[in-house]
Design a binder for this molecule. Structure first.
Ligand code: 13P
Length: 266
């Protein structure tokens, strides 16, 4: 646990967040295609269909995870992320919620056992035309199951980080934080939000809004698209654009660092 504690303290410290760049090959392909580059990787993993559900998915990869984690720790990794999705238009079925929560809990236990801080990400997809009250209801169900199975698997809550999605600025206080305060114990050190397809500035403003009020946890970012979009457009796969692309990443990183402190203004 000592190894884990020093890692999460580094991640969940003032002004810090994460650049999420761990997309599946299929998703990387879409990002590269957006700037006209090929994705030549043939080996694609990720979510697979969950038999017996309402056309829902589950996240494979628990087999052999312990030995892979040991190897990645030796190579310098200090945290890991497991993302699974819950689809509201597809139900979600009780089976899909249970499978998502159980898989996340097993992964978290295996990660901690191998010195890695597990980032726990049950992504409740924003797709669908249901009201936000329905999202709140599903999110509360999903998070309560996640914490039930984390406890059953003896996961130390002080040594995990969470990665949820967020609502828009006006509804943040009412929904996102209300839900998290109802379901996430203060023992959890950090909540690192995903950007979920919001614009870069929107994602920064939302994070800033959430850090205007006191929270029991370190509330920060683990953004992919909201940190990568301008960088990709600037880079275009051309070496002569590399420096400009790096500068654009620093602009977004600084803005989100300020938002983590609740001090960002557009
Ligand atoms: P976005 O920030 O693009 O939503 O992605 C974050 C992520 O890692 C999703 O798994």
């Amino acid at each position: 646990m000592t190894k884990i504690i020093s890692s999460y303290k580094t991640i969940a410290s003032p002004g810090r967040g994460i650049l999420a760049i761990d997309e599946s090959n299929a998703t990387c392909g879409k990002r590269l295609a957006s700037i006209g580059l090929d994705n030549t990787e043939t080996n694609r993993q990720g979510l697979v269909p969950l038999p017996g559900s309402n056309n829902e998915s589950w996240c494979q990869g628990l087999d052999g995870l312990a030995s892979r984690s040991t190897e990645y720790y030796k190579q310098g990794a200090r945290f890991a992320k497991w993302r699974t999705v819950v689809s509201i238009p597809c139900g979600p079925s009780a089976l899909a919620v249970k499978e998502a929560a159980w898989g996340l809990a097993r992964y978290a236990a295996i990660s901690q056992d191998n010195g890695l801080v597990p980032i726990v990400e049950p992504e409740i997809l924003l797709d669908g035309d249901h009201p936000i009250e329905r999202t709140l209801e599903v999110a509360e169900k999903v998070w309560s199951e996640v914490f039930f199975y984390l406890a059953e698997n003896n996961v130390v809550l002080e040594g995990i980080l969470l990665k949820p999605s967020m609502a828009s600025p006006e509804t943040i206080a009412k929904y996102t934080l209300t839900m998290l305060k109802r379901r996430v114990p203060p023992a959890v050190p950090g909540i690192m939000f995903l950007s979920g397809g919001q614009s870069e500035v929107e994602a920064t403003l939302n994070l800033n809004a959430m850090n205007q009020a006191p929270n029991p946890w370190h509330v920060s970012f683990s953004y992919a698209r909201a940190l990568q979009n301008t960088v990709l457009k600037t880079w275009q796969g051309r070496p002569e654009n590399t420096e400009a692309a790096q500068k654009s990443l620093l602009v977004r990183a600084k803005a989100n660092s300020l938002a983590q402190l609740g001090k960002y203004s557009a």
